[in-house]
Design a binder for this molecule. Structure first.
Ligand code: AMP
Length: 285
């Protein structure tokens, strides 16, 4: 069955009020469209947990820097509606920019400290843009649950923190990263990669896996772990590392010593395409 597609918050809310009146639990999957198997996994999880699944598609201008890919970001609404239908989405909310940020927008959500870690310094204003649009979507849809991928681990942490700090009444459900057979995390931006860049792209995951295996083998010092990961990245001359860090999964601060479960997160450039990825690692003995 085709999902119902709404272009305005007013129309969507009118429909959702009737959905809620019938006692249905609503799950929200926020996306920027260009849907792929990663998004499908989020939808499937929502389908399992909830009575009605709403998927939002909005390329959020607030979260793109002035020199980033806002204008060339892939927009594939017809295909997105087809993938939504195949995966049992009930409601698609695809607002115009004017709908979300029509009047002069003066109110923003900032999750301090967390927004300044990892990707923060390289994408000023990005997480403020994410948190602001996600809070708007939560207020428009009023879901019981919302689904976020671990692929964007810092985003997941920031949204969870916003929900806790602002007493929002919903549950954030994390979903494991979906990968290509060669390990590359599935991403809408992978479509930008040339064949040569696509060939080099899995190296980012291999570097993270190398770091993870050292931790699982008992290495606790970040320096040799990061050195081993850097050596892998440097073997790929077209891949330019932005950062790789071993962080505390709760506050995203770099750890001095690996003494529990950590997140290893990295970002790198291939030509004009920026890729991010992360893995969990637990100390072995
Ligand atoms: P995006 O459309 O890229 O903003 O992503 C929308 C949601 O899908 C976010 O919660 C992402 O973390 C999640 N997502 C994107 N790619 C993947 C993936 N490969 N595996 C799991 N979740 C993903």
């Amino acid at each position: 069955v085709e999902p119902l597609v709404f272009r305005t918050a007013v129309d969507l809310r009118r429909h959702l009020d009737t959905v809620r009146q019938s006692g249905m639990r609503i799950g929200l999957v926020p996306t920027m469209g260009a849907l792929h198997r990663g998004h499908a996994r989020l939808i499937q999880q929502a389908r399992e947990d909830c009575d009605a699944v709403a998927l939002s598609i909005f390329v959020n201008p607030l979260q793109f820097g002035p020199n980033e890919d806002y204008t060339r970001y892939p927009r594939t609404l017809a295909g997105d509606i087809a993938l939504s239908a195949d995966n049992g989405v009930d409601i698609v909310f695809a607002p115009e920019k004017q709908q979300m940020f029509g009047q002069r927008h003066l109110t923003f959500v900032e999750v301090n400290e967390l927004q300044d870690r990892l990707c923060g310094p390289f994408r000023p204003g990005h997480f403020r843009g994410v948190a602001t649009v996600v809070l708007k979507l939560f207020n428009i849809v009023e879901p019981q649950r919302a689904y976020f991928g671990e692929k964007d681990y810092q985003q997941l942490c920031i949204i969870r923190r916003m929900v806790a700090d602002l007493d929002l009444r919903l549950e954030i459900v994390p979903v494991a990263t979906v990968r290509e057979p060669d390990g590359l995390a599935v991403s809408s931006r992978n479509a930008y990669l040339s064949p040569e860049e696509r060939g080099a792209a899995p190296t980012l995951f291999h570097a993270l896996e190398t770091a993870r295996s050292l931790i699982e083998a008992g290495e606790t010092r970040p320096a040799p772990i990061l050195k081993a990961a850097d050596d892998i990245l440097e073997k790929q001359p077209i891949l330019r590392k932005e950062y790789i860090e071993i962080v505390d999964p709760a506050d995203l601060r770099p750890v001095d010593v690996v003494d529990c479960t950590v997140r290893i997160a990295a970002a790198a450039w291939l030509g004009k395409t920026r890729l991010i990825d992360n893995v969990e690692a637990a100390l072995g003995d």
